[in-house]
Design a protein around this ligand. Structure first.
Ligand code: URA
Length: 209
């Protein structure tokens, strides 16, 4: 399975705070951002680097390091994915932002895009998809489909909480995509909520409930 469950005390502590029923909008939003930042750190661990020559403080040319190739594009899935965006940009401020919005077709129950604005050269950039909850995996698979249609080849998905069903759906459809999560939870309930999960992440980030 292409999944990395981030094993770090800060990640576990922050996620546990997010699971508390009385989490305020401010607290939930702040923790979403902080977790996204930590996850971006882990997900960027294998970014390729190259050596360059830089002028050091003495005036001599010395060896420096830079990330090789075009900067990553981050792809928040509307709307909850926006809650993770600033945390990732804190670490990768030069990232380009692509954005995807999906809604469920009430007849087919399939996710249908209502908004898509991808960077033009997405075929040349690594991509980090952001969505706090990997539930059924439907939106994630549809987003990856969309990105691959535009030639994107190097894709990672950053989610705060995943289900086995969601991971399987993404792995089956796109075995090349690596998923990074803070937790792999038990299951989905009949209403489609992750158990134990976080509740409705979008509502909690935006304060709409
Ligand atoms: N989306 C959410 O926000 N929460 C869930 O538990 C599942 C999907």
């Amino acid at each position: 399975m292409q999944i990395t469950i981030i094993d770090h005390p800060l990640v576990k502590h922050k996620l546990s705070l997010m699971r508390e029923a009385d989490s305020s909008t401010y607290k939930f939003r702040t923790l979403t951002k902080e977790l996204a930042r930590l996850m971006a750190y882990e997900a960027s661990r294998d970014f390729p680097i190259e050596t360059i020559s830089i002028q050091g403080w003495e005036g001599n040319q010395i060896e420096g390091i830079q990330i090789k190739g075009k900067t990553v594009t981050v792809v928040p899935i509307l709307r909850a994915g926006l809650g993770m965006l600033d945390g990732v940009l804190d670490l990768i401020p030069t990232a380009k932002i692509s954005m995807v919005g999906l809604q469920r077709d009430e007849d087919t129950l399939e996710p249908v895009p209502f908004f898509e604005k991808l960077v033009k050269d997405i075929d040349e950039r690594p991509a980090l998809i952001l969505d706090p909850m990997l539930a059924t995996g439907g939106s994630m698979v549809a987003t990856i489909d969309m990105m691959k249609k535009h030639g994107c080849k190097n894709i990672k998905a950053l989610v705060l909480v995943a289900t086995p069903e969601g991971v399987k759906a993404v792995n089956d459809a796109h075995p090349d995509v690596k998923i990074f999560t803070a937790a792999l939870d038990s299951h989905l309930n009949e209403q489609g909520y992750i158990i134990p999960g976080l509740g409705d992440a979008g509502d909690k980030i935006f304060g709409t409930k």
